[in-house]
Ligand binder design. Structure first.
Ligand code: ZN
Length: 131
């Protein structure tokens, strides 16, 4: 089984959004700055008030790696870990799907897809946009 995400009061909204098929980004309720991963305080204005906005789900590969060893339980060999920069400007660590790892490039356009990796866990992953 894949490791479970650490869900706590600062990121619970994010994982509840994932369960509904929505990719959410935390937004400062005072200055409007977006941030990810979720955190209790705005790094811009130090406000503790926050809400969330629904992301478009589109982005580009900002960076990536192809882990080989050690093999981890729940991860099939040949997976890609990517840092995806969303169209809204925040970045998140995720997996790429639907692509040969040899084809992954920085700047590759991708879109979110919610993948049920097991009956209790759905994760936001990203698939290349084909034109
Ligand atoms: Zn702020």
């Amino acid at each position: 089984m894949r490791p479970r995400p650490g869900v706590h009061r600062d990121n619970r909204f994010f994982w509840e959004g994932v369960r509904r098929g929505e990719l959410l980004i935390q937004r400062c309720a005072d200055c409007g700055r977006l941030r990810h991963p979720p955190s209790p305080m705005c790094p811009g204005c130090r406000s503790l008030a926050a809400d969330a906005v629904k992301a478009s789900g589109r982005g580009t590969v900002y960076s990536y790696c192809k882990p080989h060893e050690p093999r981890l339980p729940g991860f099939d060999p040949g997976y890609v870990v990517a840092l995806v920069e969303l169209a809204e400007g925040t970045r998140l660590v995720t997996n790429l799907i639907g692509i040969d790892p040899a084809e992954v490039r920085i700047g590759l356009p991708v879109a979110v897809e919610f993948v049920a990796v097991d009956p209790e866990l759905t994760l936001p992953m990203f698939r290349p946009l084909r034109d």
